[in-house]
Design a protein around this ligand. Structure first.
Ligand code: DGJ
Length: 740
């Protein structure tokens, strides 16, 4: 049974995208082997003689006629290292002789906890397979969903767990997928951080034992992000084999990277099993999140280029205006009021800022926190989503009309899942927050978390958001979420069922976002959680952009943006230019440096522009105009991290190339020149060697005598030299190359 599917036809309508790749899914009846091919990747698994679903291969694409013999369980290495635990199962139940991380662990009504999942049947889907496993005795069915992307070879895997018995079963651990790698020497890459310090690329050798990446916080978290990349041997930014994955879940999650006693490596990820317990009643199903996984033979750079394109083409939502388009539209250049006015927003002040923003060439004006309820600071108002009459005596309309008259659209800040105890909402519904009855409710930023799992809370949140969007001409919501969970009780439900809050909360969040987008199909939404606390491939199905960090220091942002870019496309990475000296590090930088740092992603201005000098405003205006011209290349092109800003690097540089290789944009930054060192020659990448490209400075100068027009081969082999004067502290330059 062979099924091939290709995006060749679709690509005729998308000339900007690269060559068509085909995908194929086939099942060999004789050997019971499943094979998925896409991009430069093949993924193979089969049913072994015991009936287990066993992974056989994940790596570079194999020949179309290559075949696999039937899967054979691993040998029993010793009585302590049995075949059951050594065999790399696609989705292992905890039972039999399994000691590794299970994908699924349950307790049956009679206390029995043995779960052994064997192959039952499968069906073909449009781009892969649904494979059904069943416990060897009990009517617990698990359908594993596999689909492969023709272009990138990225697999989307998830599981549906179904109780077809008559008694309830408690699911204590449920992964979306488990991935297996052969025994080898590996380096694990993952992203860690904290508030105002997200997106540190952490790299370490994979050792025997388990490395657990997780959030127990009810949401994705700043501290670790659900993404991993595992490099083989000497792989680096540009070369070598890397296996990677990203979990699409915005609730508590866990990814376990395990090297077993025989050196084989497995990665298992899904709902965080900590405090987990989902009661599956007779006939009920539990859908896991999706765990995306892929393979690159071109180092970590190859990983991020595959992920970026996959996110643009397959994850990010479309507005009505861009439905059916291959890519979402680039983000408008925004102005945001937060760092300028904090909670002190009012009609006159916001209009004054809007006038300044429009004069710079900004596309969207966003009013941040402070416009609603009795909100004067962070002690009150969350939950009361009516316009504050003192600050906006005529409602939001005069401000919105003015913003439109200035040629911009309007965006508004909300924090829908939160409530201040000092609010009408909390006084009326104190039982709506996550809490354990009779226990203290731990406040953070003077606020509590509404239990979005409750149907009445879900309806309330959807209702007020719908009303705001219906009553006002609003193009964009900045959706904030400024604390993590505590006391995650849900006392409406019987005691045994209360832990389903971990699933229902996040599913309701997705449901609200989805309903809002259906009802207001042109509204765009940003996922913000005090910066980058809720960035993952789950929320990105429903939101158009994210706020990576409350840290807007342009130097810190270089390494944060570098870390972010390993997992997520620059299209969703909002970067504001804010004031100097910066509030966090007290570092002073020029407007030029700040602008270029922010132009590496989706540009915004968040400074108090009322205080800018005419010269600073003129520079920002010129650079916003230059950015508008090349923005699709920067945020939707192929990214090459030429010099990393990590590890105290004196220099850093990035380059993006659009998909038809007709344009490239280069950014270069100096932290602090030492010993008169000149900026290294930038050997560019990804260009057409035979084409001629003209160099245009956006900011800064090339070295005197450098060619203005040269071949792609020149720029890639000889490279781009910057002027010898490019020295000093916090210096920045940017250039564009256009095919002649
Ligand atoms: C946290 C966000 O990250 C900031 O940008 C700002 O919106 C504040 N919340 C407002 O309270």
């Amino acid at each position: 049974m062979l099924k091939t599917f290709s995006f060749g036809l679709v690509l005729l309508a998308m000339p900007l995208l690269a060559l068509a790749q085909t995908a194929a899914a086939r099942f060999d009846e004789g050997s019971k082997v499943f094979r998925l091919d896409g991009g430069n990747t093949s993924y193979v698994f089969g049913v072994n003689a015991r009936g287990e679903l066993q992974q056989l291969y994940w790596g570079g694409r194999l020949g179309a006629t290559d075949s696999f013999p039937q899967a054979r369980p691993a040998i029993e290495w010793a009585s302590f290292d049995s075949s059951y635990t050594n065999t790399p199962q696609e989705y292992a139940g905890w039972g039999g002789g399994l000691f590794n991380e299970p994908a699924l662990k349950v307790t049956f009504a009679d206390g029995n906890r043995d779960l052994v999942l064997h192959y039952e049947s499968h069906t073909e889907t449009t781009d892969g397979f649904d494979v059904v496993l069943k416990d060897i005795k009990q009517p617990i069915y698990v359908t594993l969903h596999y689909s492969i992307d023709a272009q990138s070879g990225i697999l989307a895997r998830s599981a549906t767990i179904e109780n077809r018995g008559t008694d309830a079963v408690t699911v204590e651990q449920a992964a979306a997928a488990a991935w297996a790698l052969p025994a080898s020497r590996y380096t694990l890459n993952y992203l860690t951080g904290r508030w105002a310090g997200e997106w540190t690329l952490t790299q370490e050798t994979v050792h025997p034992g388990a490395r657990v990446l997780e959030s127990r916080r009810g949401s994705t978290g700043h501290q670790a992000n659900p993404w991993f990349a595992i490099q083989a041997g000497e792989a680096d930014e540009n070369h070598g084999e890397v296996w990677f994955g990203a979990l699409g879940w915005s609730g508590s999650w866990r990814i376990t990277v395990e090297q077993d006693q025989l050196d084989a490596v497995r990665v298992t990820g899904g709902f965080n099993p900590f405090d987990f317990g989902y009661v599956l009643k007779a006939g009920a199903k539990l859908e896991t999140p999706v765990f995306y996984g892929g393979y690159s033979a071109h180092g970590l750079g190859g990983v991020s280029r595959l992920l970026h394109r996959y996110e643009l083409e397959h994850i990010l939502p479309r507005t009505q205006a861009t439905v059916g388009q291959p890519l979402p539209k680039v983000r408008p250049v925004i102005y945001n009021s937060w760092e300028a006015t904090e909670f002190r927003v009012n009609e006159a002040g916001q209009i004054a800022l809007a006038e300044k923003a429009a004069a710079l060439g900004v596309d969207r004006f966003v009013m941040d926190d402070g416009w609603f309820g009795q909100r004067k600071d962070d002690h009150a108002g969350l939950g009361d989503w009516y316009v504050n009459q003192e600050k906006f005596p005529h409602g939001l309309k005069p401000l919105i009309d003015k913003v439109h008259a200035l040629g911009m659209d309007f965006g508004l800040w909300v924090e829908p899942e939160m409530v201040n105890p000092d609010s009408d909402l909390y006084r009326k519904h104190p039982d709506w927050v996550l809490h354990f009855p009779g226990r203290p409710e731990s406040e953070q930023r003077n606020q509590l978390v509404l239990n979005l799992a409750r149907p009445d809370v879900r309806d309330y949140v959807l209702g007020f958001l719908d009303k705001i969007l219906t009553d006002n001409d609003i193009a964009f919501l900045k959706w904030d979420y400024n604390r993590n969970w505590s006391e995650p009780g849900w006392d409406q439900l019987p005691a045994a069922e209360q832990k389903r809050v971990y699933v229902d909360f996040t599913q309701n969040l997705y449901g609200i976002l989805s309903d809002l987008r259906k009802k207001h199909p042109n509204v765009e939404i940003e996922s913000c959680s005090g910066g980058g606390g809720r960035v993952d491939l789950g929320i990105l199905r429903y939101t158009d952009e994210v706020w990576p960090s409350d840290n807007t220091d342009p130097f810190d942002r270089l390494s944060q943006q570098d870390g972010f870019s390993y997992a997520y496309t620059p299209q969703v990475m909002m970067d504001w230019v804010t004031d100097s000296p910066h509030w966090l590090n007290k570092r002073a930088t020029s407007v030029s440096y700040r602008m270029l740092s922010s132009m590496q992603g989706s540009l915004g201005i968040g400074a108090n522009i009322a205080n800018w000098t005419p010269e600073e405003a003129a520079l920002a205006k010129r650079l916003i105009a230059a950015y508008h011209q090349v923005q699709p290349t920067i945020v939707q092109g192929d990214l090459y991290r030429l010099i990393s800003p990590r590890n105290g690097s004196e220099f850093s540089a990035t380059q993006t190339v659009n998909h038809d290789k007709s344009q490239s944009v280069i950014f270069a930054f100096i932290h602090s020149t030492q010993k008169g060192r000149t900026f290294p020659t930038l050997k560019l990448k990804g260009l057409d060697p035979a084409a001629q490209y003209a160099l245009t400075p956006i900011e800064g100068k090339p070295r005197e005598g450098s060619p203005v027009v040269a071949s792609g081969a020149w720029w890639m082999n000889h490279g781009l030299d910057l002027t010898e004067d490019f020295r000093g502290d916090f210096q920045a330059a940017a250039f564009r190359l256009d095919r002649k």
